[in-house]
Design a binder for this molecule. Sequence first.
Ligand code: SF4
Length: 351
Amino acid sequence: MLCRNSSAAGAIQKLPYIMIFKTTHYCWNNCPHCCESAGANMPKKYISSAIIENYIKQAINDPKFSKDLVFTGGEIMSAYKYHNEPNYVKNLLNLALNNGCSVDIKTNAGWTLTPMRNIIFDDMVDVLSAHSISSFRLIPMQVSLSLDRFHPHAMQKNIDFITEMSRRQKNSTCVINISSFGQDTDMIDEMLGKLRKQNNDVHPISVFGGTNNNMSPAPQNDMWSVNGNIILRFSIGTLFDGGRAKNIENAYHTPMPQFSFLTPGNPPKVLMAFDSFGNVTLGENSGKKITVPWRNKDGTPRPLNNIKRDLEKQTAIEEERWIFNETNRRVAQSIKKDINTVLILFKSKKR
Ligand code: SF4
């Protein structure tokens, strides 16, 4: 029986949603903390840009679509080597920006150490240039990199990416988000120190405009400018125990991962993640999740409205199940407490 007043299902109906495309599960790394369990043993399969375009077109006139897109993986840039669509990543970014969406592309930047670097840098710069206009150079596109102890050679790759993007760009500004974990924030200071040695002009900027002259370590809220054409942002996240991260000591246990599909912040949004295995999952990281297929048995994409309706149904079922289990747990706990009280009374009478 469905939970008629499921608040979690209601959230999917009422709140705006972000679409995330986990374009592949393949990645050349096998990081021990990977919440997607992505890696080199995963299939080199990619969601085609035609399918992604199909879903953007279906969503674009939906007032509930927040017009925020995320392109990620696995490692999305591996498409340059293994996917049969030329200009795949460039096409996706243009598709997002041409449709008036903001886009965040996540990469581990491992390709900076390979011969693919030239074509990838060229494509990124082309996209930025094509969408920049002289009076307003900042476009709604962000590149997200990781800086932590788990990603191999993250420091070297990040510095290379930032420095090279700055060198190649002529008429645009690139926003780069560096995400790290609380235990690894010293790596941010180290990276900024190294960037200052390699680049002419690296300084913090105030969120409210102007220049911040305080060159001390980067607080989370600061943004930094590199050579006037790179804006660095920082986000410090929590290491959740989804995917392979469940084997990492001190990874934070998510109590109810199936309901963590709302982005933190105000106002909240629903994260709807399409993956290369043909599923749509609520929420970005792994764990016990609410999932329905996005493709039919013949491989054709299902209508977005049907996917949303099925996600609502699944969420209501999951909430019902959670309420049932939680009620049972509390009843069992209360019975145990009562038995203990009776035993204590019995023992004290015996004495
Ligand atoms: S954490 Fe990122 S870089 Fe590491 S295996 Fe997963 S997708 Fe690849």
